[in-house]
Ligand binder design. Structure first.
Ligand code: SAH
Length: 378
């Protein structure tokens, strides 16, 4: 019942209180139990926090809007700082509307605002389309109606042992959908390439010894070849084979030291010293993963390198930095639930699929990145 209909508002202990009984004043001097105050403050905090979930789409929508308008690119090309009139003119936007959008983005520290000018921040740099470490393509993919619609079916998915909300929504799995929709396929390839740059750089920098003695490497589900491009540059003795479905391999840009081969990893994988699988196995359920790994095992001499997240066991305590990675890993697990038949795996779950695929042993190298490097030996 809203407070203004009945009762009185009285202040006790500096907190606005509502009395449901008209004309009865609360005794201001009655000491309030500390526990009740604490409970009230926790409840108020919880309510405030729940707003961020109720309106949780807002940051995604605003970041997408900033990318669509190319706000960061325009500020950057004007020397890194612009006033509202200059920015509105350059973007052909209504100044009062753009001011509100920028106020939100400044509040989220995506841009900064000093001396009447908007400036770039480390976050806004990541929204520039041309920046080397841009994450714009990931935002653009995840915010499409195609990728957002399956999330409405998550509760239905929870009542089934398997399945994929993406498939229920669009009538086919994400890869067949991409095959039939070249624009969406390009969005996927660009987004994966964004993510691949960060992960492949981290692997090459932090675990170079993994590539010693490897003269040929097949990247299974290699996308547009971004990871191999980085790896053959870092380890020039490696001959790269980027292996992916025909619609992906045929659209991939040429690259020295990397051959693009089209095929189906459930049928056969090209031969090489080692196979590399990054952000691939998490798209598939255990049975499918085991089938892919068996095909990789048939194709290689040395080892299979799996670059994927390892989810911490629930009882494990985590340091603050590790916890930030865990946030992303657990969110990615929900993405897998919405969009694929796969999942992010714990160490035990990795052990299961690797052993079931017939590998005799495996090692895990943790690096400062979202994925770790799991190496499986025949
Ligand atoms: N490894 C890349 C791409 C990961 S996305 C990266 O890290 O950026 C998963 C990739 O698996 C997509 O490029 C998709 O086209 C590919 N893929 C899906 N099914 C496949 C199949 N049956 N055979 C080969 N590649 C497949």
């Amino acid at each position: 019942m809203p407070p203004h209909r009945h009762g009185l508002h009285v202040y006790a202990h500096g907190v606005l209180k509502y009395s449901p009984f008209p004309f009865i004043f609360l005794n201001k001097t009655t000491p309030k139990p500390k526990m009740a105050e604490l409970k009230a403050s926790i409840a108020a905090d919880a309510k405030l926090e729940m707003w961020s979930y109720a309106l949780g789409f807002t940051p995604m929508a605003l970041v997408k809007c900033a990318i669509d308008l190319q706000i960061a690119d325009v500020i950057d090309s004007h020397g890194g700082s612009m006033t509202l009139p200059a920015l509105s003119a350059a973007l052909a936007c209504s100044p009062p509307v753009l001011r509100r959008i920028m106020r939100y983005l400044v509040h989220r520290r995506i841009f900064s605002h000093t001396a009447s000018s908007y400036s770039q921040t480390p976050l806004s740099h990541l929204l520039m389309r041309g920046a080397a470490d841009s994450m714009a393509a990931v935002v653009l993919l995840e915010s499409t109606p195609t990728m957002l619609a399956p999330w409405q079916r998550l509760s239905l998915r929870a009542r089934q042992a398997d399945g994929s909300p993406f498939e229920d929504e669009h009538g086919r799995d994400i890869w067949s959908f991409a095959n039939a929709n070249p624009e969406h396929s390009k969005l996927i390839d660009d987004a994966m390439s964004c993510i691949a740059i960060a992960s492949a750089d981290a692997v090459a920098d932090q675990y170079p010894e993994a590539f010693d003695g490897i003269s040929s490497l097949v990247d299974v589900g290699g996308g547009d070849g971004t990871a191999l491009r980085i790896l053959v540059k870092a380890f020039p003795w490696i001959q790269g084979i980027s292996f992916d479905l025909p619609h992906v391999a045929s659209a991939a840009p040429p690259c020295d030291g990397v051959k693009h081969v089209a095929g189906d990893m459930f049928q056969a994988v090209p031969n090489a010293d080692a196979a590399f699988l990054m952000s691939v196995l998490h798209d598939w359920n255990d049975e499918e993963c085991i089938a892919i790994l068996r095909k990789c095992k048939e194709a290689i001499k040395e080892k299979v390198m799996i670059v994927e997240a390892v989810i911490g066991e629930e009882e494990e305590e985590e340091e603050e930095e590790e916890d930030k990675y865990s946030d992303v890993r657990l969110a990615l697990d929900m993405v897998m639930l919405a969009h694929t038949s796969g999942k992010e795996r714990t160490l035990k779950e990795w052990e299961f699929v690797v052993k079931e695929a017939g590998f005799s042993r495996f090692t895990v190298k943790h690096i400062k990145a979202i994925p770790a490097v799991i190496e499986a030996y025949p």
